[in-house]
Design a protein around this ligand. Structure first.
Ligand code: ATP
Ligand code: MG
Length: 584
């Protein structure tokens, strides 16, 4: 043990007596395991502490000051914010708090900033911080221990670093980074730390959850068994998504990725699903527009928007999806179904790369750090369908990835493809051909969702995927030939009509029974004679016709989720009579 341990004692008004100094020495002896004679105490006056005194020794600080105690009491009181508004009760509650307030010595480990910049601070002197611990800086800014090294810790900062300089004190808080959660968040727009951004006032939290939650284990889960309908015909029929599934939306820029997620959120109206949209590195104007659409369509009533825009510092963009998931877990554990959209994880990986490079971690492929796979796997593993014993709640994840020139085999896309249970691949060429949503049928897949598809939908979808694949092939082959036989012509006509039916405008989700009716009508070939430019109009009319003349069929489909042969017959008969009317 080093001889001559140096301690500093700061006092405000009255210098401590000899007896007090002896007492302090004995506390330090116990802590550092040295004898009293080895301790040297420097005594200094410091009016900023208000009263009492603070002893600093090595990395530890013992706070007996008025300022320190006031701070402790303040945080105690903040933690006991209650829903009670009766002033009498509030006063009694507060006085109770004050009476119970244990004026324990604030025993803290402190360090000093060694380097700061770009939302990162390196702190030396703190030896025992754990990964993910909140570190508080002198000016009140908070950070999180992200990189633990032998001689220093690297913190990512959740606030402005303007007030932090070399030599600024940093204090351990012994608390894991987390965000407030609760029902009151529904309908709100918050930042990555759960603070409101929509100017609608404070949000009363019902709890606090660590941002880096543990993913449910195998025993705690059950397999996906309930559909999560997107309302988009091409997805619900061919690549169905189940509650608890993770389905990736992938494509180049401006191919309608966000639109698919947004339409899915809009379609959850009345389906008892809580939606969380996490914006990562998006333009603030894009997020504002999206919130506007959610409000306009009434979807904001069951949606939370967690926004970290491109203007936010990398640490906030990095933490945002974890915060969104913490909020989602709060609802899942209550047995509710939750849908989370991460828009988008490419920008998340870029933010993490920036942080890692600043923390001087070795760069790997495409300069991403070695653990970039774990970045997304630990996030998406938290989406699951809980077992019935645990309430049967679920988190369905729709992560979004932006590709460059359709390259799905670059680093981050392949990582996320392998983590998720399928992907919806959007293609620029299709998008510009007017095929919107631009779902590429050949490259998209859903690996678990069909287990959750309703029986009616499964039966109605039938061979549509194969038909479309054959059509695409045939269309390419026959592009330049003029002389086609009758079967080929029929096949092409059928394919053209199918493609036309799969086009769907924004904010027009189709319900399950509408999709089944379209599919049954198209599958039977009864719409093949409709000229292509008229298909869309014909589809609208057909759906209206069913709604007004055959509400019983629609009702039965929705109620039972099944389609007997007899019901299918009735649908076909109705389609026939509709086509008769159309002819006249
Ligand atoms: P970014 O890469 O910029 O995030 P994105 O892939 O998320 O783009 P969106 O913003 O969803 O794409 O859509 C791009 C444009 O395409 C928008 O103007 C949107 O209105 C339009 N669009 C998307 N889907 C459809 C659709 N089904 N019908 C008509 N227009 C659509
Ligand atoms: Mg987008």
């Amino acid at each position: 043990m080093s001889k001559n341990l140096k301690a500093t004692l700061r006092y405000a008004a009255t210098a401590p007596s000899g007896e007090q100094i002896e007492k302090i020495k004995s506390v330090l002896c116990g802590k550092f395991g040295v004898s009293a004679s080895d301790i040297e105490v420097e005594i200094r006056e410091d009016s900023s502490i208000g009263g009492g005194f603070i002893v600093s020794c090595g990395n530890f600080e013992y706070d007996w000051s008025d300022a320190g105690r006031a701070k402790q009491l303040r945080s105690e009181l903040i933690n006991t914010r209650s829903d009670d508004t009766d002033p009498g009760r509030i006063i009694s509650m507060f006085s109770q708090k004050v009476e119970d307030f244990d004026t324990s010595v604030g025993n803290r480990e402190v360090g000093f900033v060694d380097w700061v910049g770009d939302g990162i601070a390196n702190v030396t002197g703190i030896e025992h911080a754990f990964y993910g611990e909140i570190i508080e800086f002198e000016d009140g800014t908070r950070g999180m221990a992200q990189d633990i090294r032998e001689d220093h810790i690297g913190c990512i900062l959740f606030g402005n670093d303007a007030g932090i300089r070399q030599g600024t004190r940093a204090v351990r808080t012994y608390k894991e980074a987390g965000i407030p959660v609760g029902e009151a968040f529904i309908g709100r727009v918050v930042d990555a730390l759960g603070m409101p951004l929509d100017g609608l006032g404070d949000i009363k939290e019902s709890g606090y959850r660590s941002v880096e939650g543990r993913a449910p284990g195998i025993i705690e889960r059950q397999s996906v068994n309930e559909p999560l309908q997107t309302g988009i015909l091409s997805i619900d029929t061919m690549f169905p998504i189940g509650r608890g599934q993770r389905e990736l939306i992938i494509g180049d820029r401006q191919t309608g990725k966000t639109s698919i997620a947004l339409d899915t959120i809009i379609n959850q109206k009345g389906k008892d699903v809580i939606c969380i949209y996490v914006a990562i590195g998006q333009k603030a104007s894009t997020v504002a527009k999206l919130v506007q659409t959610l409000k306009k369509t009434g979807a904001m009533d069951y949606t939370i928007v967690v926004s970290s825009t491109a203007a936010d510092m990398a640490p906030l963009q990095y933490i945002a999806p974890y915060s969104g998931t913490a909020l989602a877990e709060y609802f899942m554990l209550q047995g509710k179904a939750v849908l989370v959209v991460y828009d988008d994880l490419s920008k998340h990986a870029v933010a993490y790369r920036a942080i890692s490079l600043l923390l001087e971690r070795p760069p790997g492929r495409e300069a991403y750090p070695g653990d970039v796979f774990y970045l997304h796997s630990r996030l998406l593993e938290r989406s699951s369908k809980l077992s019935s014993e645990l309430g049967g709640g679920s988190i369905t994840a729709l992560p979004i990835i932006e590709t460059q020139a359709g390259d799905v085999s670059s680093y981050i896309p392949t990582n996320v493809i392998s983590i998720t249970d399928g992907q919806i691949f959007l293609e620029s060429d299709l998008f510009f051909e007017g095929m919107r949503p631009a779902v590429n049928v050949g490259l998209s897949v859903s690996r678990v969702g069909s287990a959750a598809q309703t029986k009616a939908m499964k039966k109605a979808a039938g061979s549509i995927r194969v038909d479309l694949a054959q059509y695409r092939e045939m269309a390419v082959f026959t592009q330049f030939s003029s002389d086609l036989d009758e079967t080929t012509k029929n096949q092409l006509r059928h394919g053209n009509v199918l493609m036309e039916l799969l086009k769907q405008p924004l904010e027009h989700p189709l319900s399950m029974h509408q999709q089944v009716i379209i599919l049954v009508a198209a599958g039977s070939g009864r719409l093949d004679m409709v000229p292509v430019p008229k298909v869309r109009e014909c589809k609208e009319k057909l759906l209206k016709f069913f709604e007004s003349e055959h509400a019983d069929i629609c009702g039965e489909l929705e109620r039972s989720g099944e389609m007997s042969d007899q019901l299918k017959r009735r649908i076909l008969d109705a389609v026939d009579s509709f086509m008769e009317d159309e002819k006249e």
